[in-house]
Design a protein around this ligand. Structure first.
Ligand code: AP5
Ligand code: MG
Length: 185
């Protein structure tokens, strides 16, 4: 199964995509997680990315596309993958399509998580990741609306967009996701 998880910061993409990946036995690929791990390990990419993460800005496209391309080359990716927080811009979406076309394995679905603004603010204010400070969250939401939200149209035009009501308990949301992907192999 090859799915993109799309949605604003705090929508639950990480929580639900990890659970689905475990359930299906496919790879979970979060560019945000990779960047944070790389930073914690003191690697060059992570340190370079840190200044963007801390300000709620997107890391340059080339950098994340490179991360995804190298991960897709790993053997365990043959069974499928769930992309969490990638792509986030039109150039990233186009680069992903190229990578997947080269493998003859196009995306099957893009799940767009829908959560009201106030609920996102509430969830992130309760978590406390370093980029969850009020001002940074505001910037992340602004960047999402400007650069990432348009990807919903991009995937809708190809007929693979599926909306998910992502308000409710973790089990309720997971059940909606299972239903939304139940027709995929
Ligand atoms: P990234 O790590 O992708 O963060 P994000 O998209 O901003 O969103 P979050 O991870 O905060 O939210 P989520 O939707 O995963 O929700 P979660 O499950 O955690 O990106 C971080 C940064 O990295 C970016 O700002 C950028 O700098 C860089 N970056 C990453 N990818 C990039 C890319 N492709 N291009 C360029 N730059 C990139 O849940 C949030 C909270 O809500 C948790 O506390 C959770 O427990 C709770 N929660 C989850 N579900 C529910 C529920 N149903 N009810 C109540 N609470 C819930
Ligand atoms: Mg996340």
């Amino acid at each position: 199964m090859r799915i993109v998880f799309l949605g604003p910061p705090g929508a639950g993409k990480g929580t639900q995509s990890l659970r689905l990946a475990e359930h299906l036995g496919v790879v979970h690929l979060s560019t945000g997680d990779v960047l944070r791990q790389s930073r914690a390990a003191g690697h060059k990419i992570g340190l370079e990315a840190a200044k963007y993460l801390d300000q709620g800005q997107l890391v340059p496209d080339e950098l994340v596309v490179e991360i995804v391309a190298s991960r897709l080359a790993d053997d365990d990716c043959t069974r499928g993958y769930l992309f969490d927080g990638f792509p986030r811009t039109l150039p990233q979406a186009e680069a992903l399509d190229k990578l997947l076309d080269a493998r003859d394995a196009p995306l099957e679905a893009a799940l767009e998580f829908m959560v009201p603004h106030e609920e996102l603010l509430k969830r992130l204010s309760q978590r406390g990741r370093t980029d969850d400070a009020e001002e940074t969250v505001r910037e992340r939401l602004r960047v999402y609306a400007e650069l990432t939200r348009p990807l919903a149209n991009y995937y809708d035009d190809r007929g693979i967009l599926r909306g998910i009501d992502a308000v409710g308990t973790l089990d309720e949301v997971f059940a909606r996701i299972m239903l939304a992907v139940s027709d995929l192999s």
